[in-house]
Structure formats: structure tokens, C-alpha cells
Design a protein around this ligand. Structure first.
Ligand code: COA
Length: 323
């Protein structure tokens, strides 16, 4: 039977072994999808994420790592009831109970940390769905993953240069400039009404420190964070964020996009996203694709993404378990 070990200090060997399991797992379940790079796995294992800490385990047979598990525990008020995890079993070692053992380990640790809910994501049409359903998890949100092929997408110059009376575009790399930190924190709170199905996410309150901390976490992982915002008299009315992961950097990941409620209906969502695409093409020519996910009932965001040329890639599901 496999031995489950908790990792404390992460060595280069741990990163390499974790990477091997993830690479094999992605190749089996999501053929054609890019494999996470070693640098990416290093960042993932050494930086837990904003307002959280994480616990890591490997399962092994002899010296061979057969599976990996990571449990992220949110610490901030409003979300400290929540644990989010991922388990990957090497395809050569599946269907012999290793995933279930790691799940028991994760659930035990989450209970010990007084968590109420566990959340997890699985791609539709992969064994993750049957596994989670067999173990009593409930699907609480369906998401469409979309992909934009940067070089095939149309010219966005006209959208970027369209008049939006009273508004102007601005952009920055990494941490928000001081003079916009406060208005940016307010705009980030506009993400609060994004459709999230029945997921027990709790609440996130954004303030100046939190927006800065979030950007610093991205930087610490070695990733690059780009933000484009629409301003009206110095107030951010809408924004979009994009992360270029460390490593080969060919697939960028869309992060938050939001338009503040008072400014909705003015085409600002499309405007900031088009300006982001324009900026990316001009200064990061190595980026070939942008990946984004949309709750299936988030019609406005889907419409904006389709207009820009995003096309469906696959579907994923968020599952939840009440501890
Ligand atoms: C999902 C995953 C973790 C399962 O690991 P595993 O070690 O094969 O799981 P177990 O052997 O403990 O399976 C437990 C039960 O889940 C169900 N199950 C697991 N894989 C299944 C599959 N491919 N088809 C149907 N049912 C499956 C079965 O009910 C199984 O019990 P059984 O073997 O007695 O029939 C593994 O396939 C994997 O790493 N997938 C990629 C990553 C992922 O999707 N993770 C899940 C979300 S974190």
C-alpha cells in the first residue's frame, strides 16, 4: 500500500516529482493542453496564495511518487471556513484507492483546521467527475473554459479607439500605482456579484493592502500581472487583469474583469479587454493564447469574450463537500 507523506520543506526533488505526476496526469486527461512548467510548479508549491496557507502531501510506493495532493486553507475573515484542494494520481497508479486515501488525508486535515466546506474543480469528461461524485461531492457550478488564439483573433484597433465620452484608458504592470490604489480596491469589490452558483465561497473584502498583497503574491510566484482600467475623473469604472505564468509563457490566464455597477451598459468590459489584447500583442509577442473561464450563466461576459474571438475549449465543474 502507498505511504502518504506530508511535505514541509520543498526541495528541488519534490518539485520535479510533483511536476512529473502533474505532467502525466494532464497528458492522460487533457491531451493537447500545455503541461505546467517546473517554474510554475515551484511557485505553486512555495507560495500558497493570498490570505492562505497550504498543506502538501505525496503518496509513494517505495521511492516512486504515485500521487500528489494540495490543500489550500484560506485564513482571511469571510473565507476561513473553506478549504480548496487538488489531487492528482499518476495514470499508472489509478483505480487502486490512492486518490481516496489522499482525499481522506485532505478531509482529516481540513476538519482539524475547523473547515466547514471543501471545494474542488474537475474537468468534465475526466475521471475526476466520477471520483468526486463517488465520494459524495455535489456539483455547485459549471464553467466554460474559453481560449483565444492571439494571432488568429481579429484586429481590435477600432474597438480600442472607439469614443467612450468621459472615460479614458490606463494600464499598469504588477502592483497598482499609489494614486489609483483606493479606487482600484473599490472596483475589485465589483467582482462580488459575479455568478458563482452555489459555491460556499464566503465574502472577500478588498482594501488597498489587499490589492497590493495580491499583486505581490503573483510577482513572488514569478508570474507577470497586467491590468487595464477605464477611468472616469480619476475613478476606476472597470478593469481587466491578465497573468502571464512564469515558464514558457505561451498561454496567458485571464484573471478578474469587472465593471462597477454604476458604469455598466457602456461597453467598458469589451473596451478594457480589447485594450489588453492590443497591449499583449504589442509587448508580449510570445503569448499565443489566452485562457479564461466563465460561469455558464454569465451571459454578458460570455458575449464580450465571443466578440473578441474566444472559443469554447472544454467544460469544468466546481464540486463541494460539507464537512
Ligand atoms: C480522480 C483521481 C484523483 C482518482 O484517483 P484514483 O486513485 O484512481 O481513485 P480511487 O482508486 O480512489 O477511486 C475511488 C472511486 O472513484 C471512482 N472512480 C475513480 N476513477 C474513476 C473512473 N476513471 N471511472 C469511473 N469511476 C471512477 C470509482 O467509484 C472508484 O472506486 P472503485 O475503483 O472501487 O470503483 C485520478 O483519476 C486523477 O488524478 N485524475 C486527474 C486529476 C483529477 O481530476 N482530480 C480530481 C479532482 S482533485
Amino acid at each position: 500500500m502507498d505511504t502518504v507523506l506530508q511535505l514541509h520543506d520543498i526541495s528541488d526533488g519534490d518539485v520535479a516529482a510533483w511536476h512529473d505526476v502533474l505532467a502525466a496526469s494532464v497528458a492522460r486527461d487533457l491531451p493537447g493542453e500545455p503541461t505546467p512548467t517546473l517554474d510554475h510548479v515551484h511557485g505553486y508549491l512555495t507560495t500558497a496564495g493570498l490570505d492562505s496557507h497550504h498543506l502538501l502531501w505525496t503518496a509513494r510506493t517505495g521511492e516512486e511518487i504515485t500521487a500528489v495532493a494540495r490543500l489550500r486553507l484560506f485564513d482571511g475573515p469571510g473565507r476561513n471556513h473553506l478549504g480548496q484542494f487538488a489531487i492528482d494520481v499518476h495514470p499508472d497508479h489509478r483505480r487502486r484507492g490512492v486518490g481516496s486515501r489522499l482525499l481522506e488525508t485532505v478531509a482529516r486535515a481540513a476538519r482539524a483546521e475547523r473547515r466547514r466546506s471543501l471545494v474542488v474543480e474537475a474537468s468534465s469528461d475526466t475521471p475526476g467527475v466520477a471520483f468526486l461524485e463517488a465520494r459524495g461531492f455535489t456539483c455547485v457550478l459549471s464553467l466554460s473554459l474559453l481560449l483565444l488564439r492571439v494571432h488568429d483573433a481579429g484586429d481590435v484597433t477600432e474597438i480600442v479607439h472607439a469614443e467612450h465620452p468621459g472615460y479614458r484608458l490606463t494600464r499598469w504592470l504588477g502592483v497598482v500605482p499609489n494614486e489609483m490604489a483606493e479606487t482600484f480596491a473599490t472596483a475589485k469589490s465589483a467582482m462580488g456579484d459575479m455568478p458563482t452558483g452555489d459555491v460556499d465561497y464566503g465574502t472577500t473584502t478588498w482594501d488597498i493592502d489587499r490589492v497590493r498583497d495580491m499583486a505581490e503574491v503573483v510577482e513572488k510566484r514569478g508570474d507577470t500581472l497586467l491590468t487595464v482600467a477605464a477611468l472616469q475623473n480619476g475613478t476606476i469604472a472597470g478593469f481587466t487583469e491578465l497573468v502571464i505564468p512564469v515558464g514558457d509563457g505561451t498561454r496567458a490566464i485571464q484573471s478578474d474583469t469587472a465593471v462597477v455597477p454604476d458604469h455598466r451598459g457602456n461597453g467598458l468590459g469589451l473596451w478594457v479587454k480589447a485594450a489588453m489584447l492590443d497591449w499583449l500583442r504589442a509587448e508580449w509577442p510570445a503569448v499565443e493564447e489566452i485562457e479564461t473561464d466563465n460561469a455558464e450563466d454569465n451571459e454578458h461576459m460570455l458575449a464580450v469574450n465571443e466578440r473578441l474571438g474566444f472559443r469554447p475549449l472544454r467544460k469544468t465543474r466546481q464540486y463541494q463537500y460539507e464537512l
